[in-house]
Design a protein around this ligand. Structure first.
Ligand code: X2X
Length: 340
């Protein structure tokens, strides 16, 4: 295991309270760790998700005096999402961060927060996800032998980018070749809007945009920036068509093998990382538009109303309300108010 000098400095600083031995021999920790665990995700290493998770695993290593050594594998290093999901189920990966909407392929109700235009702002998002809606989803996740940590991370409100044209109204989406993550809700939504969605894991997004297999994609600004999608996309249409977040998932058996005090330590730091990461994203949202403009992206600000109308007319909301069922929909609408 290797440390960059930066992370080593952080590690040493965090270790200051853990005794002189550990400060002098940080690497011995990793070698002797009782619990060597892997945490993987699809985000670039520079995205706040991984910067904050790096701090969390360093603090966990220090505070457990080296008993728990969690190695971070960002940027699809261990495979695309579909692949990593099977790996966390088999125990090849211990912790995996995944969008609820992609997890939907395994846990249908986990996609509920992605219902188009459901959330009007972050206050509503966090009330729901930290409240009854999130608890309901975590309960469903537990049934497939995965453990979901309490606080999910923010990915953000998603916006459409394109190399060919700005998307201002639903008419601009007719036949538009757009990459969507591998998830039935995304495909259903963009089909209902008249586009031609292609399911592609994030690991292949940059190249599929570069080679023009697809014209566009949709993601929050912090990912458009950190994954350098501005290099292969010209327009950014601020549709904010859904909110998306990452659950931190653990293989149930591997998680259960940790003694309760170490479980509490890991949970404490993952929760703290999520809280700080949410603040990071909020700050980034305020500055990234200007940054992306300076890199040549052209922004436009569509009105959500016609998009919602097309979706309602195509039966999108009816279809998904039926699929999620009245109990889960009730928990969503408790926060969002009645949806179309
Ligand atoms: O695949 C995506 O677009 C991403 C990175 O936003 C998700 O994880 C859903």
């Amino acid at each position: 295991m290797t440390h960059t000098s930066d992370s080593r400095r952080q590690l040493l600083k965090a270790a200051a309270g853990a005794g002189a031995w550990s400060v002098l021999h940080p690497h011995a920790w990793a070698q002797n760790a009782e619990f060597k665990l892997k945490l993987a995700n699809n985000f670039p290493a520079t995205h706040p998700t991984n910067l904050r998770m790096k701090e969390a695993v360093d603090a966990i290593r220090a505070e457990s005096k080296g008993r728990v050594d969690i190695q971070l594998f960002p940027n699809n290093q261990l495979g695309g999402d579909t692949d990593m999901l099977s790996q966390v189920r088999s125990g090849a990966i211990d912790f995996f961060m995944l969008s609820g909407l992609i997890l939907q392929t395994l846990v249908p109700v986990a996609g509920i927060n992605g219902l188009a235009f459901a959330f009007k702002d972050y206050q509503t998002v966090w009330a729901a996800m930290d409240g009854e809606l999130g608890a309901h989803v975590r309960g469903a996740i537990a049934k497939v032998n995965l453990f979901a940590f309490e606080s999910c991370f923010d990915n953000g409100f998603r916006n459409i980018t394109s190399s060919t044209k700005p998307i201002q109204t639903p008419a601009d989406l007719q036949g538009f070749k757009i990459r969507v993550p591998v998830s039935p809700l995304w495909t259903s939504m963009f089909k209902a809007l008249g586009a031609s969605p292609a399911s592609i894991n994030f690991s292949e997004v940059y190249s599929s945009l570069q080679t023009k297999i697809v014209e566009g994609q949709e993601n929050p600004l912090p990912l458009i920036e950190s994954a350098k999608l501005y290099e292969v996309q010209k327009y950014c249409s601020m549709t904010s068509h859904m909110w998306d977040g990452q659950w931190v998932l653990a293989n149930q058996k591997r998680w259960g093998a940790l003694p309760p005090d170490l479980q509490a330590l890991v949970a404490k730091h993952f929760k703290k990382a999520a809280q700080v990461q949410r603040d990071d994203i909020r700050r980034l949202n305020n500055v990234l538009e200007a940054q992306l403009k300076s890199k040549g992206m052209v922004f436009n600000y569509p009105d959500a109303k016609p998009f919602k109308e097309v979706l309602a007319k195509a039966g999108f909301y009816q279809e998904w309300k039926t699929k999620y069922g009245p109990e889960a929909m009730g928990k969503l609408e408790k926060y969002t108010g009645p949806l179309a």
